[in-house]
Design a binder for this molecule. Sequence first.
Ligand code: ADP
Ligand code: MG
Length: 298
Amino acid sequence: MRYVVALGGNALQNIDRQLELKRELLPIAQLYVSGNEVVITHGNGPQVGELANLEAKNLAVLTAQTQAEIGTKLQTAMTAAIDACSGSRTYKRDATAVVLSRAVIDPGSGEFRNPTKPIGRFYGASEAARIKSSHIVIKKLHGGYRRVVPSPPPKDIIEAGTIKELLSDGHLVIACGGGGIAVSTNGNAIILMDAVIDKDRTSSLLARKIDADAFFILTNVKGAYVNYGKRGQSLIKRTSLSQMERYLDQGHFEQGSMYPKVEACLDFVRATGNTAVIGNITNAGEAFAFGAATVIGP
Ligand code: ADP
Ligand code: MG
């Protein structure tokens, strides 16, 4: 079976140095050593925000930096996890491969006129006024002033074919970090764009493009809830595409956090007829067994 597993920020905490085995990653390693094809994708929110605070580089370049750094750390942690598993595959030093991945966006997207994605730290009013420029858009949000950047939807993933080849060759692949390096195309030319892309959306697109048998989003909650944080809060367990579409329309999922995850899952299930899961990284084994998580079937 072929799986795409998207990891949120929480899963990436404390993987700086391989001092001890990161237990949460063991079920992913187990999935791989039992003979499945596995692609891991990951977020980069805090990291790209921090880099953007430090230097005014193109956001595609900053995303590439985070893909390399987080990818290498995740690779080291996954190598240790694979080594700790016993399975049909023998341990190989080059079992894992990190792929710098570019995602194509539309340069005409409305996001370039009206950016929506907050990144980096909060500013006070006077600091915000000073930083504001023709390149840097600052918006007043609840909590203070923050830089917002364009986050258009991904249309294509240039490395999808390469990722498939690496899978066929037996590698566990780490790809599409931070939603991918945002590029646009002009004929055969590729242009690095000053934009970021939502990792849940790109992960879903990748899962569709490589015909994944299942798509998993692992985060810091058990799954998607109805009435989250309110009276009558309840975890959505096994559900159908149409029921989940109704929950989405009823506004149960917060923009910028759970909404894009649910939308990403729905896009995958609609296109493939396969199953998508939103689960907790601390309980990944259960999620892979389609239990104790939000499991969306066709
Ligand atoms: P990640 O880094 O994994 O992408 P996010 O913070 O973007 O994580 O999304 C997960 C968060 O979504 C949860 O921690 C939770 O606070 C929030 N959330 C908003 N609405 C819901 C909901 N309806 N059900 C579950 N979580 C929700
Ligand atoms: Mg998120």
